[in-house]
Design a protein around this ligand. Structure first.
Ligand code: HDD
Length: 695
């Protein structure tokens, strides 16, 4: 009797793609060939399904377990592969292999993240960004797990769970997601004066980066370099973006979240696709004990910076991200960054925040990745010396959940006399090449105490605020007003105002005014608040890393039926010649008839590509199209937002009615098409007071 299969039954045949010379046979995880991937096993064509169907059960069972616990912090992230190139040898200060030879390249995997939101949250909350780099050096993996802000909220790792609990969605109501503007966060912060410096950064434009490529990165802590004589030099790490620093405006940020929750992840992917590789220079601040002792703060305190004007950043390398992961889960999600992954020539200091991190990250991988063997996952596996010998690691550790390796031989202990040279189990320690901890002199009583040198919580917060451009100061004050307006408990707001008075009286007064509250007395300080020399290097706006350029930036060109073909083509060419990315946006995407009878497909549709997604805006319309679009809210909003977000607007003469309807007023950033490319290279901060009231 012929068996009745689904191919004979009601699904018409087209759902089956069959194996052939180019397409291997589909199998189960255990290798059994699969005949039908569309239908469960049933008793008769319309009958009940059978528990016996091991093919169905295996597939669904695997699917049911496809999610792993997301990271407790930094759950939302995007990553890319690339390389680090040493551009200046540091052989005099460190034996770290990756810094020995100019021109030497080391593979890297870099993951950017937000902190507070879950894995599916938006890319653009007001939040610190993680900046974690895994260097696959020849001497093992070095993970530099930093942020886009050079200081941290707390001085001691024991407070980290409290900080994060307070920042994440509130325990009873389960909101807000990925936002610090709520009671519990500000309650904790108001009681934690040591957070004040970080709060200045968090309320500044630093937490609203335009793209990942526009962020600085910092190792935050003071680390050590150790050279071949065993001498230690203190080091702080800095990543300087080649694309320059750039941020969004709060109103724009909020709108990006609605328009494209994956805005920064998409940007990273598209930049790499276009060959416009995100690039950073690596800089170091090197100093010794005498320098450290001469500063009015403690270099072991992670709430402090060393201003670049006091100790310049020396550029020693560059990082280029040029390859997007093949698989998000296998690479970006399973990547385990662990600050205790260190290589010879680099060492830790006694920073109590860093010391706590050295425990936490290995520990968290056990609940996240589920096994002590997480180092065997391809993205985490070392690629250095041991890998060249056939295995990413060489030791006698064995077994555990999901053991991927099949170690040979009996020598699963060391020392042993069984494994001969080159045989499995024959790896031996090496006193000369092995990792050596810097033998710092340590002695003292066991105490739960913080040193007095950590007591000054306000001087550097003041330094940061006073170093800002006036536009940035207004953004900070306005962000504080916004966040504290979302705090429902008055005593928390009052405590914050009391703390802010220690930072800067003008700032505190502006925030109080924005909240329509009276200023309370200043909170007590544990140490005198110093007036340190301002550090203009901390600015984004009109700072050293603000770049007026189209390189790596996108320009939206609003077109519609009848757009002048010559004007459009000339503008696209001019944008591309400057390294920009021109994107045509039209009411209908498939075909836009142009003035010369030709037609182009638009890159995006007007409703799906609001102007917040591009860096500058051009409008090339026929009179007829302009007359139509003044009645189209999305088009009016497109132009209105471009103006409100201080972007350049270049328009053809016929597009003027749309600009008028959108309330565009003449200024330096509003041009005709001929002046647009030059104008498009920057934002117009002087326009801001015309379009919004800031604190
Ligand atoms: Fe952390 C993840 C950065 C303090 C505990 N942290 C994590 C990531 C970054 C940072 C970038 C994500 C890495 C990735 O992309 O997978 N963390 C920092 C910085 C800190 C800091 C710059 C202060 C200078 N962190 C910190 C402390 C603790 C942790 C004090 C705990 C004592 N961090 C963790 C963690 C995470 C983590 C819970 C979550 C997921 C993971 O480690 O792998 O262990």
């Amino acid at each position: 009797m012929t068996e009745l299969t689904s191919r004979d039954a009601g699904n018409g045949g087209e759902t089956h793609q069959t194996a052939d010379a180019d397409h291997p046979v589909l199998t189960t995880n255990h290798g059994t060939p699969i005949s039908d991937n569309q239908n469960q096993l049933k008793a008769g064509p319309r009958g009940p399904v059978l528990l016996e169907d091991e093919i169905f059960r295996e597939k669904i069972n695997h699917f049911d377990h496809e999610r792993i616990p997301e990271r407790i912090v930094h759950a939302r992230g995007s990553a890319a592969h690339g390389y680090f190139e040493c551009t200046e040898s540091l052989a005099d200060v460190t034996i770290a292999d990756l810094f020995q030879r100019k021109g030497q390249r080391t593979e890297v995997f870099t993951r950017f993240s937000t902190v507070a939101g879950g894995a599916g949250s938006i890319d653009t909350p007001r939040d610190v960004r993680g900046f974690a780099v895994k260097f696959y050096t020849r001497e093992g993996n070095w993970d530099l797990v930093g942020n886009n802000i050079p200081v941290f909220f707390i001085q001691d790792a024991i407070k980290f769970p409290d900080l994060i609990h307070a920042a994440k969605m509130e325990a009873d109501r389960g909101y807000p997601q990925a936002a610090t503007a709520h009671d519990t966060f500000w309650d904790f912060i108001s009681l934690m004066p040591e957070s004040t410096h970080m709060i200045m950064w968090a309320m500044s434009d630093r937490t609203l980066p335009r793209t990942f490529a526009n962020m600085e990165g910092f190792g935050v802590h003071t680390f050590r370099f150790i050279n071949k004589e065993g001498k230690s030099t203190f080091v702080k790490f800095h990543w300087k973006p080649k694309a320059g620093l750039a941020s969004t405006i709060w109103d724009e940020t909020v709108k990006i979240a609605g328009a494209d929750p994956d805005f920064q992840r998409r940007d990273l992917f598209e930049r790499i696709e276009r060959g416009d590789y995100p690039t950073w220079e690596l800089g170091v601040q090197l100093f010794d004990e005498a320098f450290a002792n001469s500063q009015p703060y403690d270099v072991l305190d992670a709430t402090k910076i060393i201003p670049e004007e006091v100790l310049p950043v020396r550029i020693v390398g560059k990082m280029v991200l040029d390859r997007y992961p093949d698989n998000y889960f296998a690479e970006t999600e399973q990547a385990a960054f662990v600050p205790s992954h260190i290589v010879p020539g680099i060492g830790f200091t006694n920073d109590p925040l860093l010391q706590g991190r050295l425990f936490s990250y290995t520990d968290t991988q056990l609940s996240r990745l589920g096994s002590v063997n997480f180092h065997q996952l391809p993205i985490n596996a070392a690629k250095g010396r041991a890998a060249a010998a056939g295995c990413p690691f060489m030791n006698q550790q064995r077994d555990g959940h999901m053991q991927m390796a099949v170690p040979k031989g009996r020598a699963n202990y060391e020392p042993n006399s069984l494994a001969k040279a080159g045989e499995p189990g024959g790896a031996r320690e090496d006193a000369a090449k092995g990792y050596k901890t810097f033998p710092s002199d340590e002695e003292g009583q066991k105490l739960r105490i913080r040193p007095e040198s950590f007591a000054d919580h306000y001087s550097q917060a003041r330094l940061f605020f006073r170093s800002m451009d006036p536009a940035e100061q207004a953004h900070i004050a306005s962000a504080l007003v916004f966040e504290l307006s979302k705090v429902s408990l008055e005593h928390i707001r009052l405590q914050m105002l009391a703390n802010l008075r220690n930072v800067d009286e003008d700032l505190a007064a502006r925030v109080a005014d924005g909240l329509a509250m009276d200023l309370p007395p200043a909170s007590p300080t544990a140490a005198p608040v110093l007036d340190m020399a301002p550090s203009p290097a901390l600015r984004i706006i009109r700072g050293p890393l603000e770049r007026h350029t189209l390189e790596g930036r996108s320009v939206g060109i609003l077109i519609a039926d009848g757009t002048d073909a010559a004007e459009l083509n000339a503008l696209k060419k001019a944008i591309q010649a400057e390294g920009g990315h021109a994107m045509t946006i039209a009411p209908k995407v498939g075909k836009v008839p142009l003035s010369d009878g030709s037609a182009v497909a638009a890159d995006a549709q007007l409703f799906g590509q609001p102007s917040v997604t591009v860096d500058a805006c051009a409008v090339i319309l026929s009179e007829k199209a302009a007359a139509k679009l003044v009645k189209e809210a999305a088009a009016v909003q497109w132009v209105m937002d471009a103006f409100g977000h201080l972007k350049a607007i270049g328009a053809s003469a016929a597009a003027k009615p749309l600009l008028d309807k959108a309330g565009v007023e003449a200024d330096e950033g509003v041009t005709d098409l001929s002046g647009f490319v030059e104008a498009a290279k920057k934002r117009y901060w002087d326009r801001e007071p015309k379009v919004r009231t800031l604190a």
